[in-house]
Write a protein that binds this ligand. Sequence first.
Ligand SMILES: [Zn+2]
Ligand SMILES: [Zn+2]
Length: 270
Amino acid sequence: MKDTTDTMKISVLSSGSGGNVTYIETPQHKILLDAGLSGIKIQRLMKSINRDLNDVDTLLVTHEHSDHRKSVGILARKYPNINVYANKGTWNAMLTKIGKVPEAQMNIFPPDSVKDMGDIDVESFSVSHDAAEPQFYVFHHNNKSFVVLTDTGYVSDRMEGVIKNADCYLWECNHDLEMLRNGEYSWPLKQRILSDKGHLSNVEGADTMLDVIGNRTKKIFLGHRSHHNNMKSLCHLTVASILEDHDMPVGHDFKLYDTDVEQSSGLIVI
Ligand SMILES: [Zn+2]
Ligand SMILES: [Zn+2]
């Protein structure tokens, strides 16, 4: 008989330019992806989904920007059960910023590789972003997959191949182009965000989704929204209308979820 409890559960605990943390759980593992808020805030968010940082065994880090690695060092020192994974470039770039991490907890997760962690396979893939060696991850458990992709200037064919037709996505929709263009950011910062190594806009997020989602895809979280250059309703409407224009049955075959900084999505079964 099929074990109906053998599921992957996820919670987007915090997503946006103010801090990123995602929780992934299988029967054998309790995993955090990024720790871009203070330890206290992450513990509070874990509590809101009835989970505890003491039970987390794995922390994967995508890149060294502070909205992704703020409390990596603090969590590693406070919770000796947490194995921390990042690639070499990210370790080198963040070590001076996060303080000492006990060597026994430091692990290398090379780009474009798969780690078999027992009941979950985790796959890394490189992205195009202005960090040392940024990479994001796909989580495979019991024939289901969850993709996290934010902080990239574009989606390459190679990336598309790795992330195609997953059951669930956390997908970057960083900014509204007009809001960014007309906003108060300096021109160099605007250029950085708009560049190939910056962030996906709402429209780019929707356009790239169209190339990747498939008949398995049931849930898409709109993530990494800019605090200054986007709005929740605008982001949602922009993506939904582009998908609908391409005959994608939003709300019927799959659902779009909004995300927030420091407010969890709740715990969701993939
Ligand atoms: Zn970044
Ligand atoms: Zn970021």
